[in-house]
Design a protein around this ligand. Structure first.
Ligand SMILES: [Zn+2]
Length: 396
């Protein structure tokens, strides 16, 4: 490592803050930035020039100071660079080009089974990603790619680990594959985590404590606490589908254990219960359709699934005290019955202070949660202090 004087180290630290201050989008003059960072005006001017050349900051008019001449103001240039957000589902893939505010500029999707393997799926992602970036400008505009996968992902490496519905993907180097193709950092996370990020971005931007629960073929949660997505030590925080629920103690789960929440309350379990009662139904979507059509056994089964999910959520409420719990996924789109069951149990069983301001609600972001969240994952990384510092270093 090169010699760094103490003053340099201090200014490096303060320089990071300069860009982070501008991320809120408000325009500021160089002297305001000097005041906020404690940096010399000449240093601020050099930093701002570099950030403008990188397409991250732009001049936005002038401010008239009292008695002085007008001075230029600068703000985040949200349209200066782009990211890609990718949502890989069990039977589809979607990709979106987004600006630095997370606004989706363009998106494409394809019917493609994740079981076709990484070469087919990531090949499509790389090809469409290059095309989307090229349509808008130059490949140099791309800063990062965020990807959501329908299975557990080891956070430190971005590799899927023993994903049940993804044959051929176990420990596959997804970030390595895509960053070799697209030339930028690639962040990978499981679909529920990115849906939590997307839901917060779209519907709850001011909420710092949010749990997003996906109820579909499986059950999982994305936990945002203190304004940050919490992944835990290995990246599987929020994996509530395999928590033991006593009333399901005999049900065999795909994980090999018995009595998991997922084995009694996810879409396939609800559908199987209805079939046993003589109702013709296959998938979570079928169950949701029956509920919307007013089928009484289906409504009762979904409400009971909501109660079982509520049992596990009661523990989550005690542990992390969220402001909002959002239910999403195909079974949550069956109307308010899943929600009603979950509310019934959580409000009855949690401590009053924990539920006094707790909202339990349906997902508002719908199909866009995943690609919005994947774009946010890319933006958070691309604009992090460490990445900005690295880009400024390459600039110098
Ligand atoms: Zn299980």
């Amino acid at each position: 490592m090169a010699d760094v004087t103490r003053d340099d180290a201090v200014s490096e630290q303060a320089g990071k803050d300069l860009f982070q201050i501008l991320r809120d989008g408000s325009p500021r003059t160089r002297s305001e930035l000097a005041g906020l960072t404690g940096l010399a005006r000449s240093t601020v001017a050099a930093r701002v020039d570099s950030l403008v050349r990188l397409g991250l900051v732009k001049p936005v008019g002038t401010a008239v100071s009292t008695g002085g001449r007008p001075s230029s103001q600068f703000a985040l240039n949200s349209s200066g660079r782009v990211v890609l957000g990718v949502d890989v589902g069990a039977s589809h893939a979607r990709i979106a080009l987004a600006d630095l505010s997370g606004r989706i500029l363009e998106q494409r999707s394809v019917s493609l089974a994740v079981a076709e393997g990484p070469a087919a799926v990531l090949g499509w992602v790389a090809e469409e990603g290059r095309a989307l970036v090229a349509e808008r400008g130059s490949s140099d505009d791309l800063l990062a790619v965020g990807v959501g996968l329908p299975g557990p992902v080891e956070h430190s490496t971005g590799k899927p680990i023993d994903p049940p519905i993804m044959p051929g993907w176990d420990r596959y180097d997804v970030p390595g594959h895509l960053s070799a193709e697209l030339g930028v950092p690639v962040l990978v996370d499981n679909d529920v985590n990115i849906m939590a990020l997307g839901e917060r971005e779209i519907a709850w931007p001011d909420v710092d404590h949010l749990v997003f629960v996906k109820v579909a073929t499986g059950i999982g949660a994305g936990v945002i606490s203190g304004g940050r997505l919490q992944r835990g030590a290995q990246g599987i925080a929020g994996d509530i589908g395999h928590v033991f629920v006593h009333s399901g103690k005999d049900a065999l789960c795909r994980c090999g254990n018995r009595g998991c929440l997922e084995a009694i309350a996810a879409g396939p379990a609800v559908a199987a219960g209805l079939r046993d009662a003589g109702v013709e139904v296959e998938t979570s979507q079928d169950v949701a359709e029956l509920v919307r059509a007013g089928n009484i056994p289906a409504i009762q089964a979904v409400r009971e699934a909501g109660r079982l999910i509520g049992e596990v959520l009661t523990t989550c409420v005690s542990l992390i005290n969220p402001e909002v719990i959002v239910l999403g996924g195909s079974l949550a789109h069956a109307g308010d019955h899943l929600l009603a069951g979950a509310r019934e149990v959580v409000y009855a069983r949690s401590m009053p202070l924990a539920t006094s301001n707790l909202q339990i609600t349906q997902s508002r972001s719908g199909a866009n949660a995943a690609i919005e969240g994947a774009s946010m994952l890319a933006i958070h990384h691309a604009l992090s202090p460490a990445r900005i510092e690295a880009m400024l270093g390459e600039e110098r």
